[in-house]
Design a protein around this ligand. Structure first.
Ligand SMILES: Nc1ncnc2c1ncn2[C@@H]1O[C@H](COP(=O)(O)OP(=O)(O)O)[C@@H](O)[C@H]1O
Ligand SMILES: [Mg+2]
Length: 251
């Protein structure tokens, strides 16, 4: 497995508050890497660093380096728009645009200069297919996306992320607002998606992490305590804090 992204000696500050300490991490091609750990330990913060979403946060300062295919994404000359096209994101709360199902998916490709109706139709269909929601919406593409259920909206948001053909998809607790059935569908979907994409997912659901991930990074107070293959983390953790956390004997 080749390396897709790499984080090197990263410290992150929100003004005077240090939220991440000396983070070193690899993301491999076509894997599902999960970030686990208690609330407030820096999982979302690190996830957002991977496509420079923290650029938008006032007072946020980063030391260290993150690469995508070996290129420093924080280099001055690096094109952030291109980065966000290559590294897409899905959030905790489904957030479809208040427009039709079709337009939700076509929006991104249009901003990247795909104008031809037939091309757009094809992207819309294939993205919805890949996000396992095509059958449920194919007869109502003109309907407002907000009329869908929460679980459908989240798969629509995944389709929207896929539509611009990213290489990496970041997901921040994508199922925490969903019912168990919708959660199961999205978990299944991740297993299909990793054939085409690399996925980094934040979850505070340990069962979910164990079901879907290839590797896991365990966070505590802004530090990655341990990272490794899912089985090692769950069955043979090296660090006592990891063990306490995964056995539920810890906050
Ligand atoms: N925009 C922000 N400004 C200041 N502090 C923040 C901001 N976002 C997060 N934090 C702080 O950084 C720490 C890590 O937060 P976060 O990455 O959201 O944790 P997690 O996703 O693991 O719950 C927390 O102490 C949080 O309060
Ligand atoms: Mg978070």
């Amino acid at each position: 497995m080749d390396e897709k992204m790499k984080v090197l000696d990263l410290d992150l500050f929100y003004n005077d508050f240090q939220a991440l300490f000396d983070i070193n991490l690899q993301v491999m091609n076509n894997e599902i890497l999960s970030f686990i750990g208690p609330s407030g330990c820096g999982k979302s913060t690190l996830l957002k660093c991977l496509n420079r979403m923290n650029d938008l946060v006032m007072g946020c300062k980063i030391d260290g380096k993150i690469t995508l295919d070996g290129e420093d994404i924080y280099a001055k000359s690096y094109d952030v728009n291109k980065l966000r096209k290559r590294v897409g994101m899905v959030f905790q709360q489904p957030n479809p645009f208040p427009m039709s199902i079709y337009e939700n998916i076509a929006y991104g490709p249009k901003t990247h200069n795909i104008k031809n109706k037939r091309d757009l139709d094809e992207i819309v269909e294939s993205s919805l297919q890949k996000a396992a929601i095509w059958d449920e919406v194919k007869d109502k593409l003109k309907k407002n996306a907000l009329s869908l259920s929460g679980g459908q909206q989240q798969r629509l948001c995944i389709a929207r992320a896929i539509a611009i053909n990213p290489e990496v998809i970041l997901m921040d607790e994508p199922t925490s607002a969903l019912d168990p059935l919708s959660t199961g569908k999205i978990e299944e979907l991740t297993q299909e998606l990793k054939k085409d994409f690399t996925i980094v997912i934040v979850t505070h659901n340990m069962q979910q992490a164990s079901r879907i991930s290839d590797r896991i990074a365990f966070f505590l107070n802004g530090v990655i305590v341990e990272q490794g293959p899912t089985l090692d983390i769950f069955q043979n953790p090296k660090n006592e804090k990891t063990e306490r956390y995964i056995t539920g004997r810890f906050g």
